[in-house]
Design a protein around this ligand. Sequence first.
Ligand code: AMP
Length: 140
Amino acid sequence: MAYDPANIFAKILRGEIPAYKIHEDDHVLAFLDIMPRAAGHALVIPKAPARNLLDVAQGDLSAVMAVAQRIAQAQMKAFAAEGITVTQHNEKAGGQEVFHLHVHVIPRHVGVELRAPLSYKETPEVLAAQAEKLRAALRD
Ligand code: AMP
């Protein structure tokens, strides 16, 4: 399957639509999911075009996972998380909705179930405050 540059994360990378950014370097961008399955739910993507795990370059995948680890560590602090769930979907049959590779990094607390995907839209004010908290935790 070919990469389609019209996908929404490509638009975020081109600066055509805003995002609640947490981390950015030459190869990777991390930002908050606007329909979080739990507070602090982050997405980590490569800057280079890749549809998903099946076509991503190994170097970009490594860079994405290294940032996912740092985000998880920051979430443990910033959200007093007790655990982290990492998910990643490939193609429609695998649950993928946005066709630019992304890794979900989700803070977890004992006894708190994840919301169903796409079931809740967080407010801009809350997302902005959570992004700032995570950026601060990454600086520590
Ligand atoms: P997936 O099913 O793995 O493709 O998940 C796509 C994710 O992208 C969902 O969790 C959506 O809530 C999220 N999403 C869609 N549009 C945006 C956006 N503009 N900014 C941040 N997250 C988004």
